[in-house]
Design a protein around this ligand. Structure first.
Ligand SMILES: C[S@@+](CC[C@H](N)C(=O)[O-])C[C@H]1O[C@@H](n2cnc3c(N)ncnc32)[C@H](O)[C@@H]1O
Length: 365
């Protein structure tokens, strides 16, 4: 990929290497860092791979432009972004053209967020530094109809949904189709293609079991749904109210009956399992019926906190997905006295940057 904003736009940092070299660099770094010999390497598409993107809007006289931060922390005007998914890439100029000629939609427009599914459905959020009112809504409705898009308007404490606030996503894992709704207010993996490869990698490395799975940081059930086919039952927990609400809709949508989703932080879940605190949210769930053989964690960049790490040590098998090798390394240091690494993978979710996502399967020594 050759982008004309390389070296200017701060979003991509590994622009001086070919894609093959980037992967080699990341694989060598991770192998050295974690002192491992074997690594599964899951590639991204080389262009048009990001299904979530946000751009600032730069106002100059009466004109507007998309903008990104430059290396010197200023706003850099851009006309296109090659890492965005085909659907986002195609709609960007059409949307800008329509916004440019509409004073109501253009005024005080601060940023635009794009979300697309792997099947190229689109949800666009326009973010304003002004109140959005009835007049805005009428213009936004016309725009959504003209461009055939789902649109949301956001300003301080106000959210107006034009058409609908979610898009449909679907993909197949081990010959089974899964359907999801993607929403702007819950966590979504940024690279749809790599996301599916991550789920496939985890599923491939777990045989069908007669035991149960405990999942922490489950989001909207991205991994949970396919993983439910590998276990007898799954208890999946997550801190975000909106993600758990969506996860519960996803089990119904996919007719899955062996998952229970509960909104609990990892710390609260431990308190519940250790019976040191009672939660109303658990009144319909019998925690004693579970026979967990595996725990699956996919924490935020901060990694797993100390209390939860101690709790992880009680499991026979751990599947750890990490978006931050630094905190992964710190956490594996704590687990290494009791666990050995069975499988290690890098998933190139963030091509053209230094970031890398890792997957580690650990089992008790
Ligand atoms: C990297 S995302 C992974 C989500 C999901 N596995 C997926 O693939 O979409 C991390 C998730 O952890 C949740 N989270 C953050 N802190 C948490 C905590 N202390 N306890 C439970 N969940 C937490 C976030 O809301 C977010 O959904």
């Amino acid at each position: 990929m050759q982008c004309r904003y390389f070296k200017k736009c701060a979003s991509c940092t590994l622009h001086d290497m070919s894609y093959a070299k980037q992967l080699e660099f990341k694989a060598t770094t991770i192998k050295n860092e974690f002192k491992i010999k074997n690594l599964d390497i899951i590639k991204s598409k080389e262009i048009h791979f990001r299904n979530r993107a946000e751009f600032r809007i730069f106002h100059e006289d009466d004109k507007i432009f998309y903008a990104m931060h430059s290396f010197d922390k200023k706003l850099l005007k851009i006309d296109e972004c090659l890492i965005t998914s085909p659907a986002i890439y195609k709609i960007m100029p059409k949307l800008l053209k329509e916004l440019s000629i509409n004073s109501e939609l253009k005024r005080k427009l601060f940023a635009v967020e794009f979300l697309s599914s792997s099947t190229n459905n689109l949800l666009i959020t326009l973010i304003y530094h002004k109140k959005i009112d009835q007049l805005w809504q009428e213009e936004a409705e016309k725009l959504a109809t003209k461009l055939k898009i789902d649109l949301i308007g956001r300003s301080k404490k106000v959210k107006k949904v034009i058409t609908k606030e979610s898009i449909d996503e679907s993909f197949k894992i081990e010959n089974i189709s899964y359907k999801y709704f993607l929403k702007d207010n819950s966590f979504i993996q940024p690279n749809a293609f790599v996301n599916q490869q991550m789920i496939k990698w985890v599923c491939k490395n777990i045989k069908n079991l007669d035991s149960d799975l405990l999942e922490l940081y489950c989001g909207h059930g991205n991994f949970t749904l396919p993983l439910s086919k590998k276990f007898k039952k799954v208890l999946a927990t997550e801190i975000s109210k909106s993600s758990i609400k969506l996860a519960k809709e996803h089990v119904k949508l996919n007719n899955i009956t062996n998952i229970e989703f509960v909104r609990l932080s990892s710390q609260e879940l431990i308190e519940a399992l250790q019976q040191t605190r009672v939660f109303k949210r658990l009144r319909d769930i019998d925690l004693k019926k579970y026979n967990f053989s595996h725990i699956f964690v996919d924490p935020p960049r901060a990694g797993v906190d100390e209390k939860t790490l101690k709790f992880l040590k009680e499991f026979k098998n751990i599947i750890y997905i990490s978006c931050n090798p630094k905190t992964l390394k710190r956490d594996l240091e704590i687990l290494k006295d009791k666990f050995k690494i069975v499988q290690f993978a890098i998933f190139d979710q963030f091509a053209y940057t230094n970031h890398v996502e890792c997957g580690v399967i650990l089992t008790q020594k």
